[in-house]
Design a protein around this ligand. Structure first.
Ligand SMILES: [Zn+2]
Length: 429
């Protein structure tokens, strides 16, 4: 089978719309993928799962002293609500979150640089902040050429306690700090809702070793405002081409191709799939994840969440075949992590955009115009070729293990220690 960049690009264009986890648009994208699969004569399985989300009700920051002005903010989803009439308190800009900063946070509405991490959030809670405000964007943005993002207070962060939070444009934060705001009123209200997202799964039974499974995957959802061409319609269409290949060339081992929903909300699709299919995971020899591809100005890498042997095998394969891919043993934040967490070696293939302005993700500028058929086909070729190598090898080339040094990184990434701590703290109360 000839890899066809044109066919891939056409499918990518079809799903070029905002498709956030659990929305009707995400389901519309799933249906586009399913139609493509059915046209090959295959039967996709659509697996629903529930996700926690929230609707935004109100978001405003009003400076009361020394001047008066109202700014639009976005309440953090799943954060505690302010009173309906707003929360009035002194304002503090904690620019560095040093001990000095923290000593000044008590009883105040606190603005921080950028976004918060679980660690910083815990410090703010402990310091007695009443609410937090984060900032996003760049100083070059205008209301016409950019969007104000909504953030979510993740479960691992909320576990330690909740407080009202909001996100503001950096240009507005600049004005507020420059004019030395001292008293503000924050209104940030959201309403938790349960939504349904979906994974798509196609299985092609192996002819010789059906009990051994190699899975190919990637997420098909996007974040708000983003058509997600690079991240990750590109990976979605690469996996479609891989499915097409194994449909025409029956595999020796069983091949599963999966499209995950709600990855951008915290790998929710792959986590849900793992939870629902834990019984078959010991048959999975490897997971190959493709998350971001297709950009013209960029470069290809493989991030291997597995043993040194698996990494060396992948690296040697790329060298031998002359594929220009930088291979490292490294964690990558994507749907591969929940698999590796269960001991399944996981390999991420990524074509990153050049880091300064080559492409954009997670915003309105993640569009097909920065991608090309050729760049898409280039990544597809080596992902498929490596996949065939694994699926068809006489004896599987590396062991089904995830070594301790990678497990440690996974545990840290999944904030397992923090979750344990939060659980213990709750019990103590
Ligand atoms: Zn992605």
């Amino acid at each position: 089978m000839e890899i066809c960049g044109k066919r891939q690009f056409e499918l990518l264009e079809k799903m070029s719309f905002v498709r956030m986890g659990g929305t009707e648009q995400e389901l519309a994208a799933a249906n586009i993928l399913m139609d493509e699969i059915k046209a090959m004569g295959l039967e996709p399985v659509l697996e629903p799962f529930e996700i926690e989300d929230a609707d935004l009700v109100a978001g405003e920051l009003e400076v009361l002293r020394p001047y008066n002005k109202k700014y639009v903010v976005r309440a953090y989803k799943l954060s505690e609500n302010t009173p309906e009439e707003g929360l009035t308190a002194p304002f503090y800009y904690a620019e560095n979150l040093t001990a000095v900063d923290l000593a000044n946070c008590k009883g105040k509405i606190v603005l921080i640089n950028g976004f918060t991490s679980t660690e910083l959030y815990r410090k703010l809670l402990k310091a007695g902040a009443l609410a937090f405000i984060t900032m996003s964007g760049t100083m070059l943005e205008t209301e016409e050429n950019s969007d104000l993002f909504t953030r979510t207070l993740r479960e691992t962060t909320r576990a330690f306690g909740n407080m009202p939070g909001a996100n503001i444009r950096i240009t507005d934060a600049f004005e507020i700090v420059k004019n030395e705001a001292s008293l503000v009123k924050l209104t940030a209200i959201n309403k938790p809702v349960t939504r349904t997202s979906h994974n798509i799964v196609v299985t092609i039974e192996g002819s010789e070793k059906p009990e051994e499974i190699i899975s190919f995957g990637g997420h098909y959802d996007s974040v708000e405002f983003s058509k997600g061409a690079h991240d990750n319609a590109a990976g979605s269409v690469i996996n479609m081409e891989i499915l097409r290949y194994f449909n025409e060339n029956k595999p020796k081992r069983t091949v599963k191709v999966m499209w995950y929903g709600a990855e951008e909300m915290g790998l929710l699709g792959s986590k849900a799939w793992i939870k629902a299919h834990e019984d078959e995971l010991d048959r999975h020899l490897c997971m190959i994840n493709t998350d971001m591809a297709g950009v013209v100005i960029g470069y290809d890498v493989a991030r291997v969440i597995a043993s040194k042997e698996a990494t060396a095998h992948c690296d040697a394969f790329m060298r031998r075949k002359g594929y220009n891919v930088g291979v490292t043993q490294e964690l990558y934040s994507s749907d591969s992590v929940p698999f590796a967490d269960k001991g399944v070696p996981a390999i991420n293939f990524i074509r990153f955009g050049h880091h300064v302005g080559g492409t954009f993700i997670h915003c309105r500028n993640d569009v097909k115009e920065f991608l090309s058929e050729k760049a898409l086909a280039k990544t597809t070729k080596y992902v498929l070729d490596y996949g065939v190598e694994l699926v068809e090898s006489v004896v599987f080339p590396f062991d089904r293990t995830v070594p301790a040094e990678m497990k440690e990184k996974i545990d840290k990434y999944l904030a397992k220690k923090e979750m344990e701590e939060a659980k213990a703290a709750k019990k103590d109360k």
